[in-house]
Structures are given as structure tokens and as C-alpha cells.
Design a protein. Structure first.
Length: 122
């Protein structure tokens, strides 16, 4: 092993230790310096300034998560599609085919979700 490589590992190790030490010092300082005055009012549930109504357990329907997932999916598609469109001419036909496959796979996913009835608001 080359000694210059060993020096790089030593540098990495020192930086890693400094990072861990920084986090440990920051968390310790936070624990020592923060004010602590626990009370029953601070432990109570809080709903936007209104007294809580009902029980503390509420189930959330899965369709909200599905809509969020589909939103993230198509947001990621847009993130990949816009930069590609900006330099489309430089890549040529092969890039157009690859992007067509990418959009096609996403369209298949959307069609599957549509067919399963996931997009219907019940």
C-alpha cells in the first residue's frame, strides 16, 4: 500500500472523529444549557391553538399516502424531464428513446393505479 494512500485514510479518519466530536459537544451543550421546566400543560396534546377533541388515536386512510406517493413520483419525473429537455438536441435520438421508455414506465404505473381504482375519491 502506498504511503500517500495511507495518509488519505488518516485524514479521513481524523475528519470523521472531529465530526463525531462536534456532534457530541453540541448535544452535550444543548443538554446542559437548555431550560427545563416540565409541566402537565406542556405534555398535553395541542391542535393549532384549539383544545383537542376526541381520542388521541385517529386512523388515516391509505389513499392519502397513495396520493402523496403519486405526487412524489410525478414530481421526480418532472425533475428528470426538464433538464433533459433543455439539452435534448445534444443527445440525439438515443436519448429520446430512453426518455420515452422512462415516461412510458411512469405512464404504465399511472394506468395501473387508475385501473385499480386508487385515484377514485370514495
Amino acid at each position: 500500500m502506498d504511503t500517500s494512500r495511507l495518509g488519505e485514510y488518516v485524514t479521513f479518519g481524523v475528519l470523521l472523529l472531529v465530526g463525531f466530536a462536534f456532534v457530541a459537544v453540541a448535544m452535550t451543550a444543548n443538554r446542559i444549557l437548555r431550560p427545563s421546566a416540565p409541566s402537565a400543560a406542556k405534555g398535553a396534546a395541542y391542535e393549532c391553538g384549539v383544545d383537542p377533541v376526541g381520542k388521541d388515536w385517529a386512523q388515516v386512510q391509505i389513499r392519502y399516502y397513495v396520493y402523496a406517493f403519486l405526487f412524489v413520483l410525478f414530481a421526480v419525473e418532472a425533475v428528470f424531464l426538464f433538464p433533459w429537455a433543455a439539452v435534448f438536441r445534444a443527445f440525439g435520438a438515443a436519448a429520446a428513446v430512453e426518455m420515452g421508455l422512462f415516461v412510458g414506465v411512469l405512464a404504465l404505473g399511472l394506468a395501473y393505479a387508475w385501473r385499480k381504482g386508487v385515484l377514485r375519491w370514495r
